[in-house]
Design a protein around this ligand. Structure first.
Ligand code: ADP
Ligand code: MG
Length: 341
């Protein structure tokens, strides 16, 4: 069978079936933002790892090494944030082709360390080897979370409201601008707007403090970070929680920069939010009784929908028309992902 027939998420499910066994130490295994392991009486150890491959996750013709280092850290810190955890240690492994210089690696680690330092997370090891062609990065972050405060993807209940932090879609629009570089759609987007959107793509901010605050307050029943696009990431919550969800397109929050650039970009802000990904905002569900407490945390959150007992994902437009929302976010091995390489 071809990988494109199974898709990334189908493949992960198959690996899960083939190799994971129930063990008392594994509180959360394959299928969430990070694994949660029982290593002490009061806290759980969180572990997450991500690979970034040149030509798949980043393009060195428009990504500087500082930003690449920053983003490699951000993607993993964001997974710890999505569990409500505190990042502590990290490991980095690099496969380096001959054209990458010592100066490039120094820049990479400047960006990496700058973001790590903000979150008091320490680089504790890794691995370095040579590669024939592509630059490959693997980052692992270890963190911790109080036992009864962890938030997983499984826990959303019918009637819970769906919330998202800050705004969605900027990162994907920024990527489009970088790819076009002054030509084609987006060429007329103004300087300050371009800067904001591109910055959100190259130097995303993991919402570690917000994730911890939300988790410690006990307001969230389920949580995930938006790394693959709203449609895919909400679908992960629905599958893991065994529920459906309704999202109102008119409620999805967009930045001013995205709104102002929308006219000259190829796609709508809604498209970037649903299918784009790499926003690294938090998407979570809150029972109605806890909304007041959530709003008192002073985190920029927007209610965008609600959880239903069943029915998959439905998106309702401004005219109150509903349609089924397919998870169209990034999926390695999907035909379009393979074509774009
Ligand atoms: P995220 O987008 O949050 O990084 P992923 O989609 O990469 O999440 O992973 C989802 C889940 O699948 C995680 O629990 C991860 O540890 C697990 N996973 C992904 N690939 C593999 C693999 N090759 N072997 C075992 N587990 C995997
Ligand atoms: Mg994640």
């Amino acid at each position: 069978m071809k990988l494109s027939e199974l898709g990334e998420f189908g493949l992960i499910q198959r690996i899960q079936k083939l190799s994971s066994r129930r063990a008392p130490g594994v509180v959360v295994g394959i299928g969430d933002d990070a694994a949660a392991l029982n290593v002490s009486s009061s806290a759980l150890q969180l572990a997450t790892t991500d690979m970034l491959i040149e030509g798949v996750h980043f393009d060195l013709s428009f990504t500087d090494y500082f930003s690449l280092g920053w983003k490699s850290a951000a993607a993993n810190l964001s997974d710890i944030a999505a569990m409500g955890g505190l990042p502590r240690f990290c490991l980095t492994s690099l496969a380096l082709p001959p054209r990458i210089s010592v100066e490039h690696i120094s820049e990479f680690y400047s960006g990496f360390s700058e973001l790590l330092a903000t979150h008091k997370t320490v680089l504790a090891g890794g691995d370095t080897c040579s590669s024939r062609n592509d630059f490959i990065i693997s980052v692992t972050v270890l963190g911790e979370v109080k036992k009864n405060r962890m938030v997983t993807r499984a826990g959303a209940k019918a009637g819970d409201k769906v919330y998202v932090t800050n705004t969605l879609g900027d990162s994907a629009a920024g990527l489009e601008l970088l790819k076009n570089r002054g030509k084609g759609p987006g060429a007329r987007v103004q300087g300050s707007e371009i800067k904001k959107l591109i910055e959100r793509h190259l130097r995303p901010v993991p919402r570690v403090e917000w994730g911890r605050k939300i988790a410690l307050s006990g307001c969230a029943s389920a949580m995930i970070d938006v790394s693959d696009g709203l449609s895919s990431d909400l679908s992960h919550i629905c599958v893991q929680s065994n529920v459906g969800a309704v999202v109102y397109s008119g409620k999805i929050p967009f930045s001013k920069a995205l709104f102002r650039s929308a006219g000259s970009l190829k796609k709508t802000p809604l498209h970037y939010a649903l299918s784009g990904g790499e926003d690294y905002e938090l998407l979570f569900t809150t029972p109605p009784a806890k909304i007041k407490r959530l709003l008192s945390l002073n985190i920029p959150v927007t209610e965008i929908g609600e959880i239903a007992r069943t029915g998959g994902l439905i998106i309702v437009d401004d005219k109150n028309r509903g349609r089924r929302l397919k998870p169209t976010g990034y999926n390695h091995f999907s035909r379009s992902a393979l074509r774009s390489r």
